[in-house]
Write a protein that binds this ligand. Sequence first.
Ligand code: AMP
Length: 537
Amino acid sequence: MNDQLNIGALLERAEKYFSKKQVVSRTLSGIHRFTYAEIGERTRRLMSALKDLGVEQGDRVGTLAWNHHRHLEIYFAAPGMGAVLHTINLRLSLEHIIYIINHAEDKVLFVDEDLLPIVEKIATKLPTVKAFIIMTDQEQLPTTNLQPVYSYEPLLEKGNPNEPFIKDIDENAPAGMCYTSATTGNPKGVVYSHRGIVLHSFALGLADTTAISESDITMAVVPMFHANAWGLPFAATWLGSTQVLPGPMFTPKLLAELIEQEKITITAGVPTIWLGLLKELEGGNYDTSSLRAILCGGAAAPKGMINTFETKYNIPFIHAYGMTETSPLATLSRLKSYQNKLSVEERLDQRAKQGILVPGLEMKVVGGNGEVAWDGVEMGELLLRGPWIADEYYRDERSQESFKDGWLYTGDVCTVDEEGVIKLVDRTKDLIKSGGEWISSVDLENALMAHEGVFEASVVAVPHPDWQERPVACVVLKDPYKDKVTKEDLLKFIAPQFAKWWLPDDVIFMDEIPKTSVGKFLKRALREKLQNYFVQN
Ligand code: AMP
């Protein structure tokens, strides 16, 4: 059994070969620096402390926490002792947080000091939680009604600094879990195995994917409660990168400062984060020359944004696609060597697509007539399988809808071009079907976002008496353009790119587009708001 892949070995390698390299962690009290030797010892102490609290192999260990060193230690301590790391999305509603803690049957719950109010409100509804562990830099525990309650640091002090990582564990055993929002109803649990996480870490290290290496200084902006911060903490530790964890309530300014001061080489997050950073860079004078890549995923990267980062700031941009169910890296967009000859515009078009499948995975794109042709036109649903793709939702009947014949049905609709590059045209529930023909809201959004006055744009399908559905664009303008750019300006701007019937019937200006807990456009809310739009107008 000693050839089984396991997560403890990732940190063991960092302790052994990269003992001097650092984890830089921001918490409420400021910046803290730990070597991997220190992180290793603290993680071992934590494993022994958890054992003393009664945590056993297979038990779920919940975390409600930002990106910081203590969260990283739990990332390794829980699976390192054979338990299961359950990261909880702190932006979900209280009802959903209660649901997922009870559904996962978390035995202990780690909570950041500033997130205590969330847990205090729901503690009486969490019968499986036998201990609350508060993560704070203060010597004194904050006053709280949680019971029984422990403070992280004193718990560590009592722990055994030489506690071994568990080795005789089946590599297919669960190592982590993360719940993902459903279109309706309660979130669905995705379970990650040791094998899946280790192989996904290999994938992040490949030269043609994100090429994470010892020389990197990584900064995961994507939350550690969302798909394991895209696996970066695992890969960066294993490969010996310096890691910067930006902590609670960061702002674009703070991110820009961290990039400059810590000389970040690669950072990862959703487009909303990078749109905010762009605004900050435009207003400030930051040195971002250390960045070799911004990794962007979770939603489509607008062409205009890719272009601005690269041409104005000389920051290479990597657009990737994945889901909580896929650990998450599934496809990544890079030009092939011979595509460098394409025109600037063609290159950007290619880069804004979701890219090609990463090695180790398999895909199928299935339309009404079976697998689609690789012609960049025919649309179908993307199906995935592979060692780091989930094969069910944890104890959930909805598994049957998404997992069939060994494939994950992603619910994402895409085309495939002759290069094998997928282009997401929409999610099944988001495609706009007008008069029986499909319109891609994503294409319209990208075109709108390429306008210099547009900060954000979301195009939704609105019920229409004649055409079943018509696209309506919801647009947030950048401050200097407010009341200056009109609906007509925007439609004129995008018109050359589309057939006339694709153009949105209206453009509604808003102050803000509603977002999901992880910063994506909440199209459902927009659709509901506009439900009767064509009836009233
Ligand atoms: P989540 O599980 O919350 O990470 O959401 C995964 C979903 O986000 C996917 O199924 C896609 O619909 C969407 N998504 C992720 N990456 C991209 C991308 N690069 N472009 C467009 N949509 C994306």
